[in-house]
Design a protein around this ligand. Structure first.
Ligand code: NAG
Ligand code: NAG
Ligand code: NAG
Ligand code: NAG
Ligand code: NAG
Ligand code: NAG
Ligand code: NAG
Ligand code: NAG
Length: 373
């Protein structure tokens, strides 16, 4: 049996988004040819994406965004997932809101609004990266993320992706991790004269010990680590495509699931601090500053020498900041050196200026929403 296991880490991106009345809803496209390539969701259903066409000067540019949504770690949790919208297109919404980096409104998304924008639905449970099958006679489960990724690209190429001038691969959380894993692959699949770059939002998962000194996340991915270099901090060294890392230095997902997983805080000493950073004790703040320090050191080591890379590392208690309008580009969006995330990513992508900014430590940033899911 060569299937691999993943940790079940349920997370959703930006449930706090407020959508205006003129929100853009985009139709689902099922990838009909995928089944013949063995590219199917956990339950065997066809994979899907949502495409909104670009226009004007953006008509030959493409933004692909991996949907996020945690992982599943064993047969039982993947089986359960296969009966939900995270593992089967049968259960997914057929229309998706395109906001933030996916918005088609120039005043909400100044640099990418007129590109072809695609949301790749996530239904394999493993950041679009597995290729295996489980079948014991009565139950089948498909771990076919790698094939789904390829099938979607093959479907998009004749729709204009084969003539792309500029392309950006993005995603948050499990989708942010997918951008690390597929970035160079993306470059190889596109025309050789295209300008290709990648953006990982909330996907810089650190291989650290939790407060109980256990490698919680590493043990989650134990089986996977045998198969591939899973932690992005190790993959980053090898990526040759220009990369932008958008992350909070206090990423709440990592804080709640990796630094202080429930297993390491059985008595719930961190519950109040997890809900509100202002309620943390000085000792807890010290531990969080240590986490930030570790993240910055890791980024400097792997990324400090890169001249084409960009980063926006703020100090908000947040996770996923490119997909919701209020954190991407709005009057009161988070800023570093007075730049919003949309401006920073646009500056970097279009080469207007180098953007590698790290915010000062908590609690100095006054632009945070600290919206904890
Ligand atoms: C939705 O997309 C499908 C193809 O994926 C198309 O056949 C259908 O007409 C679309 N529906 C609307 C309302 O645009
Ligand atoms: C674009 O967004 C602005 C700001 O929210 C809004 O005033 C305008 O109506 C939107 N335009 C369209 C075409 O939806
Ligand atoms: C196959 O796996 C499923 C899920 O683990 C289990 O419920 C079922 O009993 C297994 N069937 C056989 C024949 O082992
Ligand atoms: C892109 O795909 C279309 C549709 O298959 C085809 O007509 C066109 O020749 C292709 N263009 C390039 C540059 O490959
Ligand atoms: C890439 O090459 C094709 C074919 O020669 C050309 O049509 C296209 O404009 C070029 N794209 C860029 C970004 O240079
Ligand atoms: C560390 O992991 C071991 C093995 O999973 C577990 O028995 C132990 O309770 C964990 N300790 C803490 C503090 O989380
Ligand atoms: C980056 O440069 C520093 C100083 O020159 C060096 O010590 C470090 O190993 C380099 N990092 C990588 C990933 O090459
Ligand atoms: C910050 O940027 C805004 C425009 O986004 C500008 O109006 C404001 O003056 C800037 N503030 C500072 C202190 O530079």
């Amino acid at each position: 049996m060569n299937f691999f296991a993943f940790g079940l880490l349920l997370l959703t991106c930006a449930p706090w988004s407020i959508y205006s009345d003129e929100r853009l809803l985009v139709n689902m496209t099922l990838v009909r040819n995928a089944a013949a390539q063995g590219a199917v969701c956990l339950d065997g259903s066809l994979p899907a994406y949502h495409l909104h066409r670009g226009f004007g000067s953006g008509a030959r540019n493409w933004l692909l965004q991996f949907e996020g949504g945690g992982w599943c770690n064993d047969i039982e949790s993947c089986l359960e997932r296969s009966r939900t919208r995270r593992g089967s297109t049968w259960f997914m919404s057929k229309w998706e809101v395109f906001s933030g980096i996916l918005s088609n409104n120039a005043s909400l998304n100044p640099d990418f609004y007129n590109w072809n924008r695609v949301k790749l639905r996530y239904c394999d449970g493993a950041s679009f990266a597995g290729d295996a099958k489980f079948d014991n006679g009565t139950t089948s489960l498909y771990f076919r993320g790698q094939r789904i990724w390829q099938a979607i690209i093959l479907d998009l190429l004749p729709k204009g992706l084969n003539r792309t001038d500029k392309a950006l691969l993005s995603g948050c959380s499990a989708g942010g991790l997918a951008t690390f894993l597929h970035c160079d692959d993306f470059t190889r699949l596109l025309p050789s004269n295209a300008s290709v770059k990648c953006l990982s939002d909330g996907g810089f998962f650190l291989d650290i010990r939790d407060i109980g000194l256990n490698h919680t996340l590493r043990s989650f991915y134990e089986n996977l680590l045998v198969l591939q270099c899973f932690f992005p901090q190790y993959a980053l060294t090898y990526i040759t495509t220009p990369f932008f890392i958008l992350n909070s230095a206090y990423d709440v997902y990592q804080f709640h699931h990796i630094l202080v997983p429930p297993s390491a805080d059985l008595r719930g000493h961190w519950n109040r601090c997890k809900l509100n950073p202002a309620a943390c004790t000085p000792n807890q703040i010290n531990i969080l500053q240590g986490f930030r320090h570790e993240m910055l050191a890791t980024l400097r080591f792997f990324f400090g020498n890169s001249t084409e890379g960009g980063m926006f590392i703020n100090s908000c208690f947040a996770h996923c900041q490119s997909e919701s309008q209020d954190t991407w580009f709005a009057e009161n969006s988070p800023r570093v050196h007075n730049k919003t995330i949309a401006e920073a990513v646009g500056d970097w992508y279009l080469g207007r200026r180098v953007f590698k900014e790290i915010d000062c430590a908590y609690p100095c940033d006054t632009t945070c929403h600290n919206l904890i899911p």
